[in-house]
Design a protein around this ligand. Structure first.
Ligand SMILES: Cc1cc2nc3c(=O)[nH]c(=O)nc-3n(C[C@H](O)[C@H](O)[C@H](O)COP(=O)(O)OP(=O)(O)OC[C@H]3O[C@@H](n4cnc5c(N)ncnc54)[C@H](O)[C@@H]3O)c2cc1C
Length: 491
């Protein structure tokens, strides 16, 4: 396949990902369907939609399995999807999207090894700061009474045990799946917790891991998520858990490295508008610039994001219900920001820069300084729904400094820079992590991976292991590619 235009030239002409895009009432961008695409129809055996980690891994796997006739179509003018590096000076970057990896994430560990990308330990030496139920404390664990600690451990153990009963990656097949999916995680906690401390800590965990409140999140979804990660501890532990290590050069380099050999088989600024699958005719994938014909399509994105694409014929009802349910979740709109300092000053005071809170405007803080410690970076997660006074960008920067000073002292006011990414206003990612509400998983969960005709699904949400994480995105991409190869060869 040839492409007479260079990608750079295309991006310059169209202004990148914004090709005719508009934001609908639901917050989803839907690109306007042009009357006539600008270029002639092209053919590729497989079209991959989405150049996040999952779509790019699908491309790598197709190539490894001997299939070179594919094209990756990406709406944005960059690769990486929900991973994004931002430069912070002196050649350093900070991630404002997906970032940490941890033990048991074998798919990403193997991939970065093969790509020659290194990883290093995140900084956790010293005390963590906690702000729970209005009390600020510092240490390995929050300041708790013996009774609170025992209550939390008991409930956490019950949750872990329940999650381990689920069939891996197929929670809808669990005994009592419907009842578990009708209950909320919050209601389950209320029945079991004997102290107010336990629900407070799970509120903290719910906001951090699923970007939502336990009272509105399906219990089955929480159990599935924990099962896919191997339990509660791997999810919530920083040191030794999912937040254990960072990627050399920032996590977006993984996508950039995967994209490099694709050359003109990766097309940026190509929002896919419509996918037609009318067998025995070839499939058609329509973008504002050109139409592709294909034998198979891999859609590599979150179910909510597929709502921007028109499928003809319509997708099966349960798949539609799954995607539309996913798009309407009561997620906390999330901003990941980084406050920059000339040194990681908190380290000299015995603090590791991590802060975890069940209530304040800032949910979480991490020390995200470069590995050599040549400057200081505190990355913060927060939602303006919980902090309306931080809605304005300038107010936010000053407000955050004041908040950080509550935890790390007055030197936190002396920031030398600030970068942020507001995921709630991103036109191509509907939020980032997912608080699935009751009923969605049992109504349509099996359609997370089940192909719809010749359309195959990738994206981290479809992963059996580490669903929601970069690791899940990678294994899901590889799985979708091998499904496609098997289906093409049985044709
Ligand atoms: C703030 C934040 C923090 C996170 N922290 C971590 C972490 O520390 N560790 C971790 O493992 N994970 C983390 N994650 C999650 C991780 O980033 C994701 O699991 C992973 O990047 C998802 O990859 P994906 O390829 O499945 O989907 P995406 O990255 O969403 O890729 C989908 C791609 O499809 C494109 N697309 C959408 N619609 C169209 C269309 N119509 N046509 C063409 N292209 C389209 C999008 O632009 C995007 O590039 C975090 C995410 C966020 C946002």
């Amino acid at each position: 396949m040839t492409n007479s235009w260079s990608r750079r030239r295309f991006v310059r002409i169209t202004g990148g990902a914004a090709v005719g895009a508009s934001v609908t009432g639901s917050g989803l961008a839907r690109a306007a369907v042009p009357d006539s695409p600008l270029r002639p129809t092209r053919h590729a055996k497989v079209v991959i939609v989405g150049a996040g980690l999952s779509g790019l891994m699908a491309a790598r796997e197709l190539e490894r399995l001997g299939e070179r006739s594919f094209v990756v179509l990406e709406a944005r003018d960059r690769v990486g999807g929900r991973t994004l590096n931002m430069p912070i000076g002196d050649g350093h970057v900070v991630e404002v999207g997906g970032e940490w990896i941890g033990p048991g994430q074998d798919a990403i560990a193997e991939l970065i090894r093969d790509l020659g990308i290194g990883a290093f330990d995140a900084y956790y030496e010293g005390d963590t700061t906690y702000d729970i139920q209005g009390t600020i404390s510092r240490g390995l664990l929050p300041d708790v009474t013996f009774g609170e600690a025992v209550d939390f451990a008991k409930v956490a153990w019950q949750l872990d045990r329940l999650s381990k009963k689920l069939p891996l990656g197929e929670p809808w097949l669990a005994d009592g799946a419907k009842e578990l999916d009708q209950s909320t995680f919050g209601a389950w906690l209320e029945e079991r917790a004997a102290t107010s401390f336990t629900p407070s800590v799970f509120r903290l965990i719910g906001r951090a891991v699923w970007s939502g409140y336990p009272q509105r999140t399906s219990l089955l979804w929480v159990l599935h998520y924990l099962r896919s990660a191997g339990g509660l501890l791997p999810v919530i532990l920083n040191d030794g858990g999912a937040q254990d290590q960072r990627i050399d050069g920032g996590s977006q380099v993984i996508s950039e490295r995967l994209a490099a050999p694709l050359e003109d088989r990766l097309l940026l600024g190509r929002p896919v508008l419509r996918i037609e699958d009318r067998a025995p005719r070839r499939m058609r994938v329509v973008t504002p610039i050109e139409t592709f014909t294909a034998d198979r399509v891999i859609v590599a994105m979150a179910p909510a994001d597929t709502m921007r694409i028109t499928f003809q014929p319509e997708l099966p009802k349960p798949r539609l219900a799954l995607a539309s349910g996913w798009a309407r979740l009561p997620r906390l709109p999330l901003i990941k920001a980084a406050m920059l300092y000339d040194t990681p000053f908190w380290r000299a005071e015995g603090l590791n820069g991590a802060m975890q809170s069940d209530r304040s405007p800032i949910q979480l803080v991490f020390d995200n300084s470069p590995e050599d410690g040549s400057m200081g970076v505190l990355s913060c997660f927060f939602s303006i729904v919980e902090a309306p006074h931080l809605a304005d960008r300038a107010a936010r920067e000053h407000g955050l400094r004041r908040e950080l000073a509550r935890y790390f002292g007055p030197r936190a006011l002396e920031a030398i820079g600030y970068v942020e990414k507001d995921w709630s206003t991103d036109p191509w990612s509907t939020g980032c992590i997912t608080p699935l509400t009751p009923g969605i998983l049992t109504a349509g969960g099996e359609h997370l991976r089940k192909p719809a005709g010749r359309i195959h699904w990738a994206g981290t949400e479809s992963a059996k292991r580490w669903c929601g994480y970069m690791d899940g995105a990678i294994s899901a991409g590889a799985r979708a590619a091998s499904e496609v190869i098997a289906s093409l060869s049985s044709q």
